[in-house]
Design a protein around this ligand. Structure first.
Ligand SMILES: Nc1ncnc2c1ncn2[C@@H]1O[C@H](COP(=O)(O)OP(=O)(O)OP(=O)(O)O)[C@@H](O)[C@H]1O
Ligand SMILES: [Mg+2]
Length: 365
């Protein structure tokens, strides 16, 4: 006879390496049901994009076989509930249903922020998360084109005498961009305060609903928009995009130090190296490090922030952006895998950041 207690005891041997604690203590084990040799239970991960999913699944089965009964018939139901530590600013805030806000930033223009933001959003949605994408590049919005929704117009809805925008949805991602409302030529002449105001409206005067992750595609640099963003919403963390060249790496230092500034204090979730190496379509296993190797990785180590991964430079990533179908949708290709891995690493860092905050609060309580 296998008992539920034996199952729980055995699962205390399964450690989640991200939090360095066992999954029972972490409260991840639910609904243990035993029927003869049949053992069923649910493991609730902190994100559907968990890179440890397979490993934890196997470890659970092994723990029951090893500690309880080698003939046990184990069925583990792997689910996820994304964690949050955002305190919504004010009750009834439109962002109160948004669990995590991730800003995608860079010190330098043209390094692939929008490409990374778009593919990160779609990758998280593909793995089952509820995802929103906010195009904060008021002067050069590119998200509508990247999602093939350039001619769409968000619907407006009146709630208690106030008008709200309904995000446009494609590939499982809800999005808003100034590009839905004005032409690039119109926005380009706006001054800073007007651009900040437009951004505030996109974030606050919208019906975002419940989201696990809201990705914000920032304009390059460290200007008004970034500052206004940080003051208007509690950001879970920032993903900093770089290319391998030294000039780009210098700008990464600037961006990382901006997020660490005492008035800003947004945790850096990590650095991603875009255009890390060239892979020709006809030789998908070859990697040519034309701009140097491991520059961003070494910089991440030096700055003591996580390294989130490398994205190859491939023609189809660029073409996918222009065609309005993010490259992560090109199934079973190295570029899709690179973006899926990136999304898992980002989701993992979000879970770790939330866990740290939780522990800190418990310590000071
Ligand atoms: N890994 C890649 N492989 C091939 N082309 C890429 C890759 N990443 C980005 N590109 C292309 O490089 C150009 C710049 O990328 P993107 O618009 O994403 O950069 P950005 O940092 O958002 O730029 P900006 O600072 O202007 O907002 C685009 O044409 C995009 O398709
Ligand atoms: Mg951009």
């Amino acid at each position: 006879m296998i008992t539920e207690e034996q199952v729980i005891e055995a699962l205390k041997n399964v450690i989640d390496p991200d939090f360095d604690k066992d999954i029972v203590t972490l409260g991840m084990v639910k609904d243990v049901v035993v029927d003869g040799k049949k053992v069923n239970f649910t493991v609730v991960l902190t994100t559907p994009a968990c890179p440890m999913k397979e490993m934890i699944h196997k470890a659970c089965i092994n723990a029951i076989i090893y500690y309880v009964d080698k003939e046990a018939d184990v069925n583990v139901n792997m689910t996820a509930k994304v964690t949050t530590k955002r305190e919504a600013k004010g009750a009834g805030s439109v962002l109160s249903g948004v669990k995590n806000i991730i800003a995608v930033a860079s010190g330098k223009g043209g390094v692939g922020k929008s490409t990374v933001a778009a593919n990160l959003a779609v990758a998280l949605a593909l793995q089952g998360a509820k995802v929103g994408l906010l195009d904060a590049d008021i002067y050069g919005p590119s998200i509508p084109m990247m999602f093939d929704v350039i001619d769409e117009k968000p619907l407006l809805e009146d709630i208690n005498g106030k008008t709200y925008m309904k995000p446009i949805e494609n590939y499982g991602v809800k999005m808003l961009s100034i590009g839905f409302f004005v032409t690039n030529a119109q926005a380009v002449v706006w001054r800073g305060p007007m651009a900040s105001k437009a951004f505030q409206q996109l974030i606050n005067d919208a019906i975002w609903g419940d989201l696990d992750y809201m990705i914000i595609d920032l304009p390059p640099g460290t200007g008004d928009i970034q500052l206004s963003l940080v003051s208007s919403a509690t950001i879970t963390g920032a993903v900093v995009v770089s290319t391998p060249q030294n000039v780009a790496l210098m700008d990464v230092r600037k961006a990382v130090s901006m997020f660490g500034h005492k008035d800003i204090r947004v945790p850096v979730l990590g650095i991603v190296e875009n255009m890390a190496y060239f892979t020709p379509a006809e030789l998908p296993n070859n990697k040519y490090f034309i701009f140097g190797k491991d520059g961003a990785k070494n910089l991440a180590d030096e700055l003591k922030v996580p390294f989130l991964g490398q994205i190859p430079i491939v023609q189809s990533i660029c073409e996918a952006g222009d065609a309005g179908r993010p490259a992560v949708l090109q199934k079973d290709t190295p570029q899709a895998k690179a973006f899926l891995d990136l999304a898992s690493n980002v989701a993992q860092q979000v879970a770790i950041a939330n866990h740290r905050k939780e522990e800190k609060q418990l310590e000071t309580a």
